[in-house]
Ligand binder design. Structure first.
Ligand SMILES: [Zn+2]
Ligand SMILES: [Zn+2]
Length: 406
C-alpha cells in the first residue's frame, strides 16, 4: 500500500496528536531529572529504553564511550536522514514554581534540551508507526554535551563516525526559541548562528613599588591598553557588513593599591558568522597583543581555543524545510527569520560535514506567563503546544526528505 502525500501528512499529524500526553509526561520526567553536560547517564538510559519499546531497529547506547544514544530506523532504500537532539542541562537553580520543577538542586533544563530530547523521541515513535512507508533510514542522534567545550559533544561524535555507516545525506535539528510564540517555527537560509571561541591572555610585566613605576614594567597598564586595542579590531579591521563580537569578560591581577604586580590575566569570547573571519580574528588579536606588549617592554601568553563553528544552513535543505513546515503547520505558522543570532551551537559541526538545517521552535505564551529567555532560571515552554509542533515537523521532514531523495 502506498500513501498519497495527503494521507502521509494527515497520518503524521494524527499519530503525533495521539501521543500528546506521552510527550508531556516524557518531557516532565526529563525536566525533573536534569543532568549536566557529559553526565547524561539517566537521560541516555531513558532514551534508549524508549527507543527499544518503539522497536527501533538499532539502538546504540554509550556511543564512542559517551552518554550519546544513536538509533537507526531502517527503511526501504539506501539513503539516510539524521535528526539530532541535545540532552544536557545547565548548572543553575530553577526558580519557576511548577509541578515538574527540577528535582536536582542546582541543575536545570533552562535551554530546553529536555524538550528537544522529547520531540526526537516523539518523532521516532511516529516514524516507527510509518516504518513500512519509509523510503530510507532515519538516524536518531541523542547528543550529550552541547553546552560546554570541555566534554564530548557533536565534534567528538562526528570524529567517531556518527554520520557514517549508514552515511547521512542530510541532517535537521531544532532549538527552543522564546522570541516566537508557541505553535510557530522559523529558520533562514545561510548564516544562522555564530561561531563561539574563547581566549586567554596573560600580560607579563615586572613587579615593583607603586611609587617607582620606572623601576618596573606595569602589566595593569599594558593590559588596559591591550584590551582597548583589541576592541578596535571589530570597529577598524572587520568589514562593517560582517558581524563579529570580541568580548573580554574577565580580568584578574594585582595584590594591593601600592604594588605594581608582575602579571595580569584576562579572557573572553569571539563570535563571528563567517568561517573566514573566524580564521582571521585570532591573527589580528595576536598582532595587537604582541605590538602593545612590545611597546611597553612586557611579554605575553596568548591562548585561543576554537569552540563551535558558525551554524550555516544549507540552501537546499532549508528551502525544503520551510516548504514542508508550511505544508504541515500552515503558512501562518512558519517564519522566515530575517536575522541570524550571535549565539553559538555545536549543531554547526554537523553542517560542516553534511547539508542540513537548524530550526527554531517558538515557546512563548504570555497568558501562561511563559516569556523568560533561554538560560534564565524562569525559562519554561508551553508544553501543550511546543512538543506537538516539534514532533510533527521532525517526523515530517525525515519522512519527506527520504521520499523526495530516494
Ligand atoms: Zn544553551
Ligand atoms: Zn541549547
Amino acid at each position: 500500500m502506498h500513501l498519497t502525500p495527503v494521507e502521509a501528512k494527515e497520518r503524521i499529524k494524527k499519530l503525533s496528536e495521539e501521543i500528546k500526553n506521552e510527550l508531556i509526561n516524557w518531557r516532565r520526567h526529563i525536566h525533573m531529572h536534569p543532568e549536566l553536560s557529559g553526565q547524561e547517564y539517566e537521560t541516555g538510559k531513558f532514551v534508549a529504553q524508549k527507543l527499544r519499546e518503539f522497536g527501533v531497529d538499532q539502538v546504540i547506547e554509550n556511543f564512542a564511550g559517551t552518554t550519546a544514544v544513536i538509533g537507526l530506523i531502517k527503511g526501504k532504500h539506501d539513503i539516510t536522514v539524521a535528526l539530532r537532539a541535545d540532552m544536557d542541562a545547565l548548572p543553575m537553580v530553577e526558580k519557576r514554581d511548577v509541578p515538574y520543577r527540577s528535582k536536582i538542586e542546582g541543575v536545570m533544563h533552562s535551554c530546553g534540551h529536555d524538550a528537544h530530547t522529547t520531540i526526537l523521541l516523539g518523532a521516532a515513535k511516529v516514524l516507527m508507526e510509518m516504518k513500512e512507508h519509509l523510503q530510507g533510514n532515519v538516524k536518531l542522534i541523542f547528543q550529550p554535551c552541547e553546552e560546554r567545550m570541555d566534554c564530548k559533544g557533536a565534534k567528538y561524535l562526528i570524529e567517531n563516525g556518527v554520520l557514517e555507516d549508514p552515511k547521512v545525506s542530510a541532517i535537521f535539528g531544532i532549538h527552543m526559541f522564546p522570541e516566537l510564540p508557541a505553535g510557530k517555527v522559523g529558520t533562514k537560509i545561510g548564516h544562522f548562528m555564530a561561531s563561539s571561541d574563547i581566549f586567554r591572555v596573560k600580560i607579563k610585566g615586572k613587579g615593583s613599588h607603586a611609587s617607582r613605576p620606572h623601576m618596573g614594567v606595569d602589566p595593569v597598564l599594558i593590559a588596559s591598553q591591550t584590551i582597548n586595542s583589541l576592541h578596535h579590531i571589530v570597529s577598524r579591521k572587520v568589514d562593517p557588513l560582517h558581524p563579529a563580537v570580541i568580548t573580554i569578560g574577565k580580568i584578574n591581577g594585582g595584590f594591593a593599591e601600592n604594588i605594581i604586580p608582575d602579571e595580569v590575566e584576562f579572557s573572553g569570547t569571539v563570535r563571528t558568522l563567517s568561517i573566514d573571519l573566524r580564521d582571521q580574528i585570532p591573527k589580528w588579536m595576536e598582532h595587537t597583543i604582541w605590538g602593545t606588549t612590545l611597546a611597553y617592554g612586557g611579554a605575553y601568553e596568548f591562548e585561543y581555543q576554537y569552540g563551535t563553528p558558525p551554524v550555516i544552513n544549507n540552501e537546499k535543505t532549508t528551502k525544503f524545510a520551510l516548504s514542508m513546515m508550511k505544508d504541515i503547520l500552515g503558512n501562518e505558522n512558519v517564519v522566515e527569520l530575517e536575522y541570524p543570532s550571535m549565539g553559538g551551537e555545536d549543531f554547526g559541526e554537523y553542517l560542516l560535514k553534511v547539508p542540513g538545517t537548524f530550526i527554531r521552535i517558538g515557546t512563548r505564551n504570555e497568558e501562561k506567563d511563559i516569556t523568560a529567555p533561554l538560560h534564565s532560571p524562569l525559562f519554561d515552554i508551553d508544553e501543550e503546544v511546543v512538543l506537538l509542533t516539534g514532533t510533527k515537523i521532525m517526523a515530517y521532514l525525515a519522512y519527506k526528505w527520504l521520499e523526495e531523495n530516494s
